[in-house]
Design a protein around this ligand. Structure first.
Ligand SMILES: [Zn+2]
Ligand SMILES: [Zn+2]
Length: 230
């Protein structure tokens, strides 16, 4: 499996190109913004971009879909239906993310309407990219339509903003729900074996085992602070 990371946007989002080494078929998981480097990587490595695969609809994960779709018009675009409002509302997202309108253009957050989605992810579907097989798991909580992509043979899972090294996604934005996020992580990520490498939407990589053992949101340490037992 080829995995190339591009840290994009003011949010330092991890855009990744993931490809099958044998067939050269590739996907781009969460194109954060326009990037010549990203397009050049795909072309210069002889990859065929099959799809723009979106974990969720936040601007730092979908903001580059328009330009990438222009560069690769045959690539399909996939997102869970419960995040369609976020996706098609991209030009309005900077407002509820707290970015002052006067600064949107300077920060690179002035968006046009994004391209039409090809179709929606279905929970439990297997998505093939050459010889790679991703199981698609609906993980609401950070947003309503967040999904993670798990490749069981390669022991890798791409988790977007559900789970980070030592932390979890924020749940205070529209559509967020803390209990739901913990349930999603427990059911769809911690159910994987400890040796799975976890590729997050921000920050460094980790493993399922490390987060199971030491992530304070998952070990119960933070539950006391939240008053769950009172
Ligand atoms: Zn997000
Ligand atoms: Zn993000």
């Amino acid at each position: 499996m080829i995995i190339e990371k591009f840290e994009l946007t003011a949010f330092q989002q991890n855009t990744r190109v993931v490809a099958c080494e044998t067939t050269r078929k590739a996907i781009c998981i969460d194109p954060g913004t326009q990037s010549d480097e990203l397009v050049n990587f795909i072309n210069s490595n002889g990859l065929e971009l099959q799809a723009i695969t979106l974990t969720h609809g936040h601007l730092d994960h979908v903001g580059g879909a328009t330009d990438l779709a222009r560069a690769f018009p045959n690539a399909e675009i996939l997102l869970h239906k419960d995040d369609e409002d976020l996706y098609y509302g991209l030009p309005q997202q900077p407002l509820f993310m707290g970015i002052p309108p006067a600064q949107m253009a300077a920060l690179g957050f002035d968006y046009e309407d994004p391209p039409q989605l090809t179709r929606n992810w279905e929970h439990g579907e297997i998505y093939e990219v050459g010889n790679l097989r991703f199981s698609i798991r609906h993980c609401p909580g950070h947003t309503k339509g967040h999904v993670v992509l798990a490749e069981e043979t390669e022991r890798k899972v791409f988790v977007g903003d559900c789970l980070f090294l030592g932390s979890i996604g924020r749940t205070d934005l529209p559509g967020g729900n803390y209990e739901q996020l913990i349930d999603s992580i427990t059911d769809n990520i911690l159910s994987l074996d400890d040796d799975f490498t976890v590729y997050s939407g921000h920050g460094p990589e980790t493993t399922v085992g490390q987060e199971r053992a030491s992530n304070p949101f998952l070990t119960g340490v933070y539950q006391i602070g939240r008053g769950k037992f009172f």
